[in-house]
Structures are given as structure tokens and as C-alpha cells.
Design a protein around this ligand. Structure first.
Ligand code: GAL
Length: 644
């Protein structure tokens, strides 16, 4: 349980650095992340490198005993580089180049840019890669922030053509797999293919989907190039990247293969403000954040990091970038810190040390105010330090009994071809996850094809494509499997299986999806009989010899079971999923602990962490030894109970 902070020495007079590092140490901070936006200072002119200031900052950090995560500065190509090579700029969907003047204005497919990145990263790692303070590297910053993965530039299109050729070999195969006989979309050669932007009506979903897959490969290659340089010249250091919340524009599992640690940037209140939740829901949790959204990402990034993960940017107070920016309730920074550690984070690092009085993020709080006096988060970290001293037992992550399979490609495809589904694919996953958490379960997220042995229950909300490896994982586990609508609904690029959905899953459960419908929010279809649940958003008409466990009044079945395999042919609210999961849990002997309102719990090592995200206080259901907090849990409070 180490604490960290993001710090920008270049924003402050050098005379202030020593005191700043001393303040960090005094607050129990051991990691400091620096350097990720400073290209224009490292290289003010082409080939003229100035790392002296960075070395002095690293020396000083080292003198204070701080470990440094050093960021490569490739999120911010400097003005002189853009002026020399405007083709580095990414193009948006209106086919307009993006402008210099903020950050992330580059195209992942630009070979010219990639070579400049190689230059700056090599120069930087040669200058400071063996510095004793540098313990870890961060590549770039937030791949994709400000909608910057997909580019429609000529450079991107040229690279996409090569990607298509490598993928399909010959143009006839691409035409067949994309279904280009439709609307005379066939190509004679790969050179004729363009981006899927600016078509009259929607472009072919197969075209869109491959454009998404191509960009995943571009991000992976861009990252890997830096990783290879860092490993060669700065051996023995971990390498990480800071991913984002609610962001699925590339397959993070693929990028994560080349990194040692996954980290992410957790802004609970900003994310809720940006979310599609109702106005009432946003008002209820405005100062605490969604009770499950952050936990979902903790579990996701633990999977992306193959077990190793950090929060590298933790919201410390109001941010500057959401539609509205309420202040967290006092106590929330401490709560979020505990929550991350209970999900097995190695480090929680706050963004940022001191609020900046200039430029875009003036309204973004820090641990210190602009006048260097402590802000609210500072005091909450002191509180956390007091709690932390009370923990002496084991805090290691234990595998959960419940797994949830998350698939980035499926998420992309269901966004591209939503068929009028009113919720984003990630929101559907969040509903399943929320229901599991409200039953008091720890949940492990597993990538498609990942090992499912040892779990009692495996939740598969939406897995459109089923590879041989994925099917093998389902067949090998003895877990109860619960599949949601749209699983197995695609083959080849994005076509409907010849034997109908759920395609290969028919090996596990004898059902065929004869037709589907999507529903506007004010239409629903209650399940008849035993279950007080209601089909919403999406329904599938199933052909089968099985008798449905739940059925709607018009005869469309909702829930099918064949042995240990369940298929739910419609969407449900989180409350209704909770009811379905609780029913299955009682049938397979899996214990539940239903939690009310915004109270959640998480088992870690010998302990349970209870957190209250509001709106009401609650009494702990747990009777073990109370190590931190009170049995009556106030809003924004934590309680830690020792059970081991
Ligand atoms: C993150 C970003 C940081 C900073 C922060 C503000 O998305 O990585 O550089 O901008 O947001 O909340």
C-alpha cells in the first residue's frame, strides 16, 4: 500500500522543488510521477537536448528517498515538430486535421511521428535511464484521451490498406468477409479502400470494426516501440501506461501484453458527471461518485495488468473537465484510497501535487492549493496514514468465486452496430457488475479465453465473437456459466452465424436466436410467473426444445438453462440481475450478502473493507473485529473488519 503523487517540476521555480519533495515525504508519499508532458523543454529545437533540469529534479527526488515514475513525453509533440511535419496531426471524422494548442494531436499511424518518438525516448533514456531515482517508466499519457485513437488522415488510411492486405491476403477474401456484394461496395484492390468516414449513410460495420481493430494494432505497435527502447537502456525497471475510465477505443488486453503494470486514472465524480445515468442518480451520488463504476475499472485493470495494477491518478477534489465539477464529500479521498488498495492496487497516486494557477487545468484541485497551503485531500491522506498503521494482517488478493468475462472487441462491435440498443455495451456490463457487487461478491474480470477454472460462477454479459480458445475455456471449467443476449452473435468479421446466434454456444445450450428487437426506454416486457423482473432494452426470440425458466406475456422466453449453462435472452436492470444471480447462487450454494443503497464491500486478505457511497448511513452486516471505522457506517466513511 504505497502512496504516490503526480508532480510537474517544470511548473514551479527550481528553488521550490526541495520543499515540495520534503512535503511529499512528510505525507507518507513514496512515488512521484514526473516528466510526461515536457518534450518542448527536453528538446527546444530539433536535436538540441536539455535534460539538465530533469537530472536535477531526479537527484533531488532521490535525496529525499522518493522513487520516480518517469513519463515519456510523446503525448505532446512540440510546435516546431508539427510545423515541420503537419502530417503528424490526426484527422477527425469530418476529415479535418486536429490543431496544435493542447495535447495528443498526433496520429498513431504516422511513421514520421513514430521515428521522432524513437528519437526523444532514446535521448531521454540514455540521459537518465540509469538514474537511481528512476524506478519505473510510463509510456506516453492516456492513449486515447480527448478521442484520439481513431484517425481518418491519409496517413492512417494508407496504413489501414496495408493492415487489410496483411489480414485478408487478397481482396476477394476481404470482399467476401465484409459482405461487399451488398450495395456494390466491392473493391478491386486494397489501394481503393478508404476510411469509414463521411459515407452517405452508415458505412459497412465490418469496415468500421476492422478500422477499430487496425487502430488497436497501431496503438500496440506505438507503445511497443517505446517499451523496447526503455527495456534496452533502462534495464530492471517496470514499464506501465496510464489507461482511462469508460474507454474502450482499443483492446487494452493487447497493449497490456507488452507492459509490466496496468495503471489507470480514477476520477469518480468527473466520470459520474459524464455518464449516461439519470439526473436523479447523478444528484444522489454527485459528491461520492457511482458506487460500482470505479470498482469495475479496478478489477478490469487488474486483469489488463495480469495481476499488477495501480491508480496512478486519483481525483483529489473538484476536477476541471466534467460538465459540472462538484467537490467530493470530505472523506471520499480516503475512501477511494482504501477501495483501490482493497482491490489490490500496489500504489495509489494522486493527481496532482499542487493546483496550477495557469493554463487549462487551473480549476483542478491538488493536494496543495495554489498558495501551497494544504487542500482537503492532504488531510484525508493523513487520515489514511493513521488507518494504514492499524493493518497488520495479510492483504493479498485472493481469487474471487465469481468471474466476469470482458471483451473489448465485442464492446466495439456493439457500439458500431448497436441496432438501437439504448445503452452502451459498457453500461450493460456495469449493470451485471453492479448486481454482483450488491450481492457482496468480489468479482475477477477475465479476458476472453482466459482461465475460468476455480470459479463457481462465470458471468458473460456480451461476447459477440467466440474463438476456439474462448470456447475451450467455457468447456473446461466446471463453473456455472451465465451468458447474456448477443453472445455468439457474430462470425468472421461481423456476420450472423449460418446456424444463427449464439453460434458456437449451441454446443453448450440448444438454443437458436430466431429474431431480435431493441426497445426504447419506456417500453418493457415483464417476466411472468416466479420472477419479478422485466425485460428491457433488448429481446431475443429463441427457438429451442428447452422450457424457459422465465417468459414474457407474448411468449418470448427470457431465461433458458441447460445444466450448468444459462442464457438470458434480454437485458435487465441491475436490480433484476441481482435477483437472477441470487437465485442461481442459492441453487449452486454460493453465499450472498445483499447490501443496501450505496454500501459496498470487498474482501482483501484477512479483511473486509466496507465503503458507504451514500445517500444514507447503514449498519455493518459483519460481526468480525472492527479495525477501522464504526459499525454504523456514515456516508463517505469506511470500515475495515478483520475476519482472517
Ligand atoms: C487526466 C490526464 C492528466 C490530467 C488529468 C486531469 O486525464 O492524464 O494529465 O489532465 O486528467 O484530471
Amino acid at each position: 500500500m504505497k502512496l504516490g503523487v503526480c508532480y510537474y517540476p517544470e511548473h514551479w521555480p527550481e528553488a521550490q522543488w526541495d520543499q515540495d519533495f520534503a512535503t511529499m515525504v512528510q505525507l507518507g508519499i513514496e512515488w512521484v510521477r514526473i516528466g510526461e508532458f515536457a518534450w518542448a523543454l527536453y528538446e527546444p529545437k530539433l536535436g538540441q537536448f536539455e535534460f539538465g533540469w530533469l537530472e536535477r529534479a531526479l537527484d533531488l527526488a532521490h535525496q529525499h528517498g522518493l522513487s520516480v515514475v518517469l513519463g515519456t513525453p510523446t503525448a505532446c509533440p512540440p510546435k516546431w515538430l508539427i510545423d515541420q511535419h503537419p502530417e503528424i496531426l490526426a484527422w477527425d471524422e469530418t476529415l479535418t486535421p486536429r490543431h496544435f494548442g493542447s495535447r495528443r494531436h498526433y496520429d498513431f499511424a504516422s511513421e514520421v511521428y513514430a521515428e521522432h518518438c524513437v528519437r526523444i525516448v532514446t535521448a531521454m533514456v540514455k540521459a537518465v535511464g540509469e538514474h537511481p531515482a528512476v524506478k519505473t517508466w510510463q509510456t506516453d499519457n492516456e492513449f486515447g484521451c480527448h478521442d484520439t485513437i481513431i484517425s481518418y488522415s491519409p496517413v492512417a488510411v494508407a496504413a489501414f490498406r496495408n493492415w487489410c492486405q496483411a489480414q485478408y491476403g487478397d481482396i476477394a477474401t476481404l470482399n467476401r468477409q465484409w459482405g461487399n456484394v451488398f450495395w456494390s461496395m466491392a473493391y478491386d484492390s486494397f489501394e481503393q479502400i478508404d476510411s469509414p468516414a463521411h459515407t452517405v449513410t452508415e458505412a459497412n460495420p465490418a469496415h468500421h470494426f476492422d478500422y477499430w481493430r487496425f487502430h488497436t494494432d497501431a496503438v500496440k505497435a506505438f507503445n511497443k516501440r517505446q517499451v523496447d527502447i526503455l527495456r534496452a537502456h533502462s534495464p530492471g525497471r517496470d514499464i506501465l501506461h496510464n489507461y482511462m475510465g469508460r474507454f474502450t477505443q482499443f483492446d487494452h488486453f493487447k497493449v497490456g501484453e507488452d507492459l509490466d503494470i496496468a495503471t489507470w486514472d480514477s476520477y469518480p465524480i468527473g466520470f459520474l458527471e459524464q455518464s449516461p445515468e439519470s439526473e436523479d442518480y447523478k444528484a444522489t451520488y454527485a459528491r461520492t461518485g457511482d458506487p460500482d463504476f470505479i470498482a469495475l475499472h479496478h478489477d478490469l485493470y487488474r486483469a489488463v495488468g495480469k495481476g499488477r495494477w495501480w491508480v496512478i491518478e486519483q481525483q483529489p477534489g473538484p476536477v476541471n473537465w466534467a460538465p459540472h465539477n462538484p467537490a467530493p464529500l470530505p472523506g471520499m479521498v480516503r475512501l477511494w484510497t482504501w477501495q483501490a488498495f482493497a482491490h489490490s492496487a500496489e500504489v495509489v497516486s494522486y493527481f496532482r501535487f499542487r493546483q496550477a494557477p495557469f493554463a487549462q487545468e487551473q480549476f483542478h484541485s491538488g493536494l496543495l492549493r495554489v498558495d501551497s497551503e494544504p487542500a482537503q485531500a492532504y488531510f484525508e491522506i493523513e487520515d489514511f496514514n493513521q488507518d494504514r498503521a492499524k493493518i497488520s494482517g495479510d492483504i493479498a488478493h485472493q481469487p474471487a468465486k465469481v468471474a466476469l468475462v470482458f471483451d473489448y472487441a465485442g464492446d466495439a462491435l456493439l457500439r458500431i452496430q448497436s441496432q438501437g440498443h439504448p445503452d452502451s455495451p459498457l453500461q450493460v456490463v456495469l449493470n451485471w457488475y453492479r448486481a454482483a457487487r450488491k450481492l457482496g461478491w468480489n468479482v475477477d474480470i477475465v479476458p476472453p479465453g482466459g482461465d475460468l477454472n476455480g470459479y463457481a460462477l462465470v458471468l458473460v454479459p456480451q461476447l459477440t465473437h467466440l474463438s476456439a480458445q474462448t470456447m475451450a475455456a467455457f468447456e473446461q471449467t466446471e463453473a456455472t456459466l451465465m451468458f447474456g443476449a448477443r453472445c455468439g452473435s457474430k462470425v468472421e468479421t461481423v456476420s450472423i452465424p449460418q446456424n444463427l446466434a449464439p453460434g458456437e454456444l449451441q454446443r453448450l445450450i440448444p438454443i437458436k436466436i430466431a429474431s431480435v428487437e431493441s426497445l426504447r426506454r419506456n417500453i418493457s416486457a415483464p417476466w411472468q410467473g416466479d420472477y419479478n423482473a422485466t425485460a428491457i432494452a433488448w429481446r431475443e426470440k429463441v427457438e429451442t426444445t428447452l422450457t424457459p425458466r422465465a417468459i414474457c406475456a407474448d411468449g418470448w422466453g427470457g431465461w433458458y438453462q441447460s445444466g450448468r449453462v444459462h442464457y438470458i435472452a434480454n437485458d435487465l436492470s441491475a436490480e433484476d440481475w441481482q435477483q437472477v444471480f441470487a437465485t442461481v447462487a442459492s441453487e449452486i450454494g454460493l453465499a450472498v450478502q445483499p447490501l443496501s443503497g450505496g454500501v459496498r464491500r470487498r474482501a482483501f486478505g484477512d479483511y473486509w473493507l466496507y465503503t458507504n457511497h451514500g445517500p444514507d448511513q447503514a449498519t455493518l452486516p459483519e460481526s468480525g473485529e472492527l479495525v477501522v471505522g464504526e459499525r454504523v457506517l456514515g456516508v463517505a466513511e469506511v470500515a475495515i473488519v478483520k475476519v482472517g
